[in-house]
Design a binder for this molecule. Sequence first.
Ligand code: HAM
Length: 402
Amino acid sequence: MKYQVPRGTQDYFGVEIEKIDYIFNVFKEIVSLYNFKKIKTPVFEDASLFTRSIGEGSEIVTKQMYTFKDRAGRLLALRPEGTAPVVRAVIADNLLKNLPLKLYYIGEMFRYERPQKDRRREFLQMGAEIFGGKEAVFDVELVEISSKIFKKLGIQYTLKINYIGCINCRTDYTQNLKRHLKKKLKLLCEDCRQRFEKNVLRVFDCKNPQCQKVFSDFPTITQNLCEDCRQNFEKIKSLLDAKKIKYEVAEKLVRGLDYYNGFVFEFFTSGIRDAIGAGGRYDSLVEELGGRPTPACGFAIGVERILPVVKFEKKREGFLIAGIGISEEKLEELADFLRENFKKAFVFRKKKISDALKFASDENFLYAIIIGEDELKEGVYSVKNLYTGEQKKLKKEEILKL
Ligand code: HAM
């Protein structure tokens, strides 16, 4: 029997995995400039960690979570996202001592979605979280970092932002919204009826035109913010303006995870329907999961979503060594010399020089060193730059300076 990869997953190899590594490096380089430190959490957690944080009624929990019982009967889940595990870790490992604490992670997430090009069942996320930063500058920092990452990767993006209020403005607002919708429940789709029960704000997330009609005339939470929230949102927008980061206020943007409050955002690029990155503030999550009250915010970028639009050129590097009538020992001697000096070196063992040059080009070597008996006698090597075609005769030590 021939096995296929499970639906919604894929193997990565060749140039594609190099592109992914390049994306990871750009991400690490940029978050490190802002003093983010790496954290790694397990791929599976107690399922209830996600139910409590992302929300019992959320699509991720109700439809997309990979849960399983281990041999001792514990209900575990493959992580569908990285924020809740990081919050669990900072509480469990007592990391909330020196605030603000800035952490980043890169890893596989799992969601049982209907697989499409940009919706995978196993996907890679690069995320960053800030703990202990209450002020607007922290929200803006997340947007700035994401936009720098996209720019460095050559991605043209659009940014949607919104503000979904604090507990105070939300309580009044959701009561009013519920009152409004109660009379029209029959017109709503099954999902929205569930949202009505579990987290009514999320009805705005519904794409169903019939549902959209029901609440289209109802004022959004953004139009009902308390004075503190309104001022904070204005501050965030003014900081974004000062940093010349363009955005669009999307009053219906509420995000699909329950832990958010306050500022939320999503990045898009043309040709990809879903967000390429998203985040926001989640000031009560640390406390809800048993830690001391700590404001927090973060974002995550979906690697598979940006992969097709990232500009990446594979770097040519290293030396391919081939010889005509030269002993293995001599070829190995040069290769070892180069490797000892941290230069990539590869000995091509077939006889034909044309094959050697083709292989070097296919494998993206920058130089080919073809050794003949004359070269050995003279102690100089003829080194060909496969990119420019230039050929030079160089001594061993001179090769290192290339
Ligand atoms: P999210 O919006 O669920 O937020 O996911 C963040 C990003 O992960 C999305 O914008 C998308 O790029 C990518 N993504 C999500 N699902 C898939 C999928 N099935 N296939 C491919 N890519 C996907 C979160 O996960 C939050 N934890 C973000 C956050 C961090 N908020 C605060 N801190």
